[in-house]
Design a binder for this molecule. Structure first.
Ligand code: GUN
Length: 284
């Protein structure tokens, strides 16, 4: 019988723990972690994500600041804002909500966030630290996935983990993280040949493809753990993942649902990184 990994429940319990940590920090060290979220334009999906981040900050006791620039704001204005926030002692974490409008160079923006305030762990200093294992922050989605696996008592060491997707935000850092946890890792992508056969060898299959219900039951080894990172809409407009949940659940041993699987973990990990940023900056 498949076990459905309840990301909402695991995330809520982590959020409770983080709240206790923040309460203690305020009481014992007079430190209140803070997060600045920057949005350029009014992308409706980004607005929802930013509001969720603000809501969870409030729940935990993290101070949040929101900065909204118009969609046509020049890149220089965003850089000036980041430069100012880098210097402010009362700001511990800086997050620039992606995607940015096409006239802004995303890479340049990310590289201008101070590494100790880069709570997304997207800039090259933090990515390099993830490669060597000497990291302070981990990108939120990969960190959330490993947290879900560990909380569900799923063995990672020695297991063959197949990741479909090679993005800088999910696939690549996740591969490193699984490797640090002693998994044997294969990364697949749109040009991979024999994808189905490779997937069938996975003990842990992680799908970050961005295609609704792309992973079918004939791609799964019986008893495999299946983690779905996708957030898509199906042909009827309902939110669905990259995995054909209804069919794959009959073959897998564990599976994450969409919604309510990986998604809720991403915000919880952002909160964890913000608290880590505050501790590092205050030398606690
Ligand atoms: N847009 C979608 N997901 C993310 C994320 O994890 N971080 C940032 N900064 N923007 C996003």
């Amino acid at each position: 019988m498949v076990k459905i990994i309840n990301g909402k429940e695991i995330s809520n319990s982590l959020i409770e723990k983080l709240k206790e940590k923040v309460d203690k920090l305020k009481l014992e060290s007079n430190v209140c972690p803070s997060l600045a979220v920057i949005m350029v334009g009014d992308n409706p999906a980004s607005k929802i994500y930013v509001n969720n981040k603000k809501r969870i900050c409030e729940k935990i006791g993290i101070k949040s600041y929101e900065f909204v620039l118009p969609a046509n704001a020049p890149e220089s204005e965003l850089l000036k804002l980041i430069c100012g926030l880098n210097k402010r002692e009362d700001i511990n974490g800086i997050l620039v909500q992606l995607p940015l409008p096409p006239h802004i160079n995303e890479k340049k923006i990310i590289e201008n966030i101070a590494p100790l305030k880069d709570v997304d762990a997207f800039n090259e200093t933090n990515v390099g630290k993830i490669m060597t294992g000497n990291f302070k922050f981990l990108p939120c989605t990969p960190a959330g996935i490993v947290y879900l696996l560990k909380e569900s008592n799923i063995k990672i060491e020695g297991q063959h983990c197949v990741i479909i997707g090679r993005s800088n935000i999910v696939g690549k850092p996740l591969a490193m993280l699984m490797l640090h946890n002693n998994a044997t890792v294969t990364i697949c992508h749109s040009k991979t040949q024999g994808l189905r056969e490779i997937c069938k060898t996975a003990d842990i299959l992680i799908a970050a493809v961005g295609k609704p219900k792309f992973i079918s039951s004939d791609m799964i080894k019986p008893g495999a753990v299946v983690v779905d990172v996708g957030i898509n809409r199906d042909i009827n407009g309902y939110v669905c993942g990259d995995v054909d949940f209804e069919k794959v659940k009959d073959v897998a041993s564990y599976i994450t649902p969409v919604p309510g699987g990986v998604g809720p973990m991403t915000i919880a990990m952002l909160m964890k990184n913000t608290i880590t940023a505050a501790l590092l900056q205050k030398n606690i």
